[in-house]
Design a protein around this ligand. Sequence first.
Ligand SMILES: Nc1ncnc2c1ncn2[C@@H]1O[C@H](COP(=O)(O)OP(=O)(O)O)[C@@H](O)[C@H]1O
Ligand SMILES: [Mg+2]
Length: 268
Amino acid sequence: MNESILRVEGISKTYASNRSIFKRATATMRPALSNASFALSKGEILGIVGESGSGKTTLSRCVALLERPDTGRVIFKGEDLVAVSERQLRNRRRAIQTVFQDPYASLNPRQKIGDALAEVMLVHGLVTRDSLRRRVTELLGHVGLPETSANAYPASFSGGQRQRICIARALAAQPDILIADEPVSSLDVSVQAQIVNLILDLRDRHALSVIFIGHDLQLIDFIAPRVLVMLAGEIIETIPADRSIADARHDYTRALAQAVPKLDSLTN
Ligand SMILES: Nc1ncnc2c1ncn2[C@@H]1O[C@H](COP(=O)(O)OP(=O)(O)O)[C@@H](O)[C@H]1O
Ligand SMILES: [Mg+2]
């Protein structure tokens, strides 16, 4: 294995209130994430799979430091990001970018696509004013969108195209790690494969390490050689690259290969 770019050690997160309408509030909250540990190698695509509510998004938000875990360490290039101040975090966050499930909620409807991409590069000081336009065109090209997209607003794009824009915006920050949190779950089946292939292609071209999250184990297993399985906030098993999902230890894991929708995933 390559050297690891990221090491997550025992991170946990408990939310003050549980937003599920099905569960009554109780005094002792179950953690959304319990004691999660794993490492990510340079250039690796690591899969994370689990039913709705199993803590996948909480894990990804804590790893990207969009949320601070209650305990544990997120060691990126030798530095524990959980321990750095909010001010220092601002520039550290650039290196770990997330693409979310809902490309509709992720884009500002009043901002032109070109401006959204430019903003990211300017905020992080990654580009000079005179090369801005060229870089925007380049980014759009990387995700298979025409140059003219820069002047359009999100409303004129389909779900799949919006997800391409969200990926371009993540790339604009020149990240080392891309976290894709169910990036195809809200898209038509016909465009899911295109987005998956785009992410695989970008991994190669931009030397990215990728955490790819989903609830369908067959899809995740196709994309990611190594897969972590989550249930009720815990990583319950790891399927290594050389093992088949048919040999999974838990029935739950094998059930995820069928991608049976749970009540939660229909109502969340
Ligand atoms: N902001 C929040 N406030 C309160 N509870 C939350 C919040 N985010 C997630 N949860 C709860 O944490 C658990 C894990 O959620 P989540 O990480 O979104 O799971 P997944 O992404 O696997 O569907 C769920 O029980 C969910 O209701
Ligand atoms: Mg989620």
